[in-house]
Design a protein around this ligand. Structure first.
Ligand code: S3P
Length: 174
């Protein structure tokens, strides 16, 4: 049987952290972020992991975090934007519970991602390069059970949409 976690995926700037935190509060569940699991394990912030150990090492750490998620049940889980985008990762996420893609227009996501915190994947990349990355990731995200369009919505409104979709699992799941 599928574990009953709710897993949020999506590109940088989709609001996975803000929405996840609110959603967990609304559902009375624990909130877990794969980026936090990695930072706690390595003892370094994400930009430093990229700088010192490189992106490939970070992707390995994501694989380990994904493995550790098998111990979770009933939690709300936010993944890093790139975590689902390797062979086999979406299957592993789908086995953990209901996977929700927080989708949006690339331009909006890019604007939001640029505004907040240090994001090593943004550093040194043009908007065009990031859009190419986004397009390459979309086929993975599309394998979510539920797709929620976040366009023009604040975190509260996105949470309401996620809750509505979770209540109608058969209609919304793909
Ligand atoms: C990444 C997204 C980040 C973080 C890391 C790599 C990516 O998470 O995991 O910087 O490859 O898209 P957010 O999606 O929360 O920004």
């Amino acid at each position: 049987m599928r574990a009953d976690n709710v897993i949020l995926i999506g590109f940088m700037g989709a609001g996975k952290s803000a929405v996840g935190r609110l959603l967990a509060r609304r559902l009375g569940r624990c909130f877990v972020e794969t980026d936090d699991m990695i930072v706690a394990r390595v003892g370094r912030p994400i930009p430093e992991i990229f700088r010192v150990e490189g992106e490939e090492r970070f992707r390995e750490l994501e694989a380990d975090a994904l493995d550790a998620l098998k111990l979770k049940s009933g939690d709300v889980i936010a993944t890093g934007g790139g975590l689902p985008c390797r062979e086999g990762r979406m299957e592993a996420l789908r086995a953990l519970g209901t996977v929700v893609w927080l989708a949006g227009d690339f331009a909006d996501l890019y604007e939001r991602a640029r505004r907040s915190a240090d994001r090593p994947m943004l550093a040194g990349r043009t908007a065009e390069e990031l859009e190419t990355l986004y397009r390459a990731r979309e086929p993975y995200y599309r394998r979510a059970h539920i797709v929620v369009d976040t366009g023009g919505l604040g975190p509260d409104q996105v949470v309401a949409r996620v809750l509505a979709a979770l209540r109608e699992p058969h209609a919304a799941r793909v």
